[in-house]
Design a protein around this ligand. Structure first.
Ligand code: XBP
Ligand code: MG
Length: 254
């Protein structure tokens, strides 16, 4: 195995629990602003997460949940508009500091930077959402810590397709053996796995029952000193939280 050079992070569900109290809320605010009688409950949203990408998710909802009722005639043109409104609501929500990073994320990123690892983002969400999250959690300067922010429509085929990871690695002139991915969902690991990347999973409430076979390890969270993670699958040795040493060990392991 080549030496580890770069950490590639998913955003939603991995860096922060953005879906239930962030994206979902922003979608509902956009629906209301447009006078639509749509409301995505926590449960419904869990089912809609099967489809990545906000525009794709709305289309899926129209096609599979509405049976032609409550669907405006101009839905095709409306979806991009609704999505822009949703992005505005979402970034406004982030600017209030409503969504913190998950445990251990800031610590691991800081340690990775100190050790000289290269960092990148590979996500399905809209680029503004990534920069807003970074700005309001790690600070504006943190945007530059990430060599590539591969996001949104930059590749036509979103996760579970491997394209977004392939894109990030191509931009960095790195191969999958040089990198490790951090994900939280089945669509995420299908994407990273499809790009031949080893993947560390931290689950969340929406993804705990997903099939993570193929993951290097499955954790409930990255953990912190004194606030240990639970290992759901795989081997963390004596470690109690995810640090660079454990990431390196998992990367080297066959
Ligand atoms: C993230 C997503 C995104 C967000 C919404 O998936 O599926 O669609 O929910 O973002 P992943 P947009 O964590 O696997 O990248 O509305 O900006 O598309
Ligand atoms: Mg995710």
């Amino acid at each position: 195995m080549a030496d580890l050079k770069a950490f590639l992070f998913d955003v939603d569900g991995t860096l922060a629990d953005t879906e239930r109290d962030g994206h979902r809320v922003a979608f509902n605010l956009a629906f209301r602003a447009y006078g639509l009688d749509w409301d995505w409950s926590v449960e419904t949203y869990g089912r809609l997460l099967e489809v990545t990408g906000g525009k794709e998710r709305m289309k899926f909802y129209v096609d599979h949940f509405l049976n032609g009722e409550n669907v405006p005639d101009n839905i095709e043109e409306l979806i991009p508009e609704l999505h822009q409104a949703k992005t505005r609501h979402y970034t406004e929500l982030l600017s209030t500091g409503a969504i913190p990073l998950r445990p251990g994320v800031e610590r691991l990123i800081n340690e990775a930077r100190e050790k000289g690892y290269r960092l990148a983002i590979a996500t399905t969400t809209t680029p503004e959402n990534v920069t807003a999250l970074l700005e309001h959690t790690l600070g504006t300067e943190s945007i530059d810590w990430f060599e590539v922010i591969a996001a949104g429509d930059i590749v036509p085929a979103k996760k579970p397709a491997p394209d977004i990871y392939d894109y990030a690695m191509e931009k960095m002139s790195l191969s999958p053996q040089d990198c490790i991915a951090f994900e939280d969902s089945i669509n995420g690991i299908r994407s990273s796995g499809g790009a031949n990347l080893k993947t560390i999973i931290t689950i969340n409430d929406y993804t705990r029952d997903h099939d993570f076979s193929g993951a290097s390890i499955v954790l409930d969270q990255m953990g912190e000193p004194g606030r240990p993670f639970s290992v759901l699958a795989g081997d963390a040795g004596e470690a109690e939280y995810l640090d660079c040493e454990l990431v390196e060990y998992l990367h080297q392991k066959t």
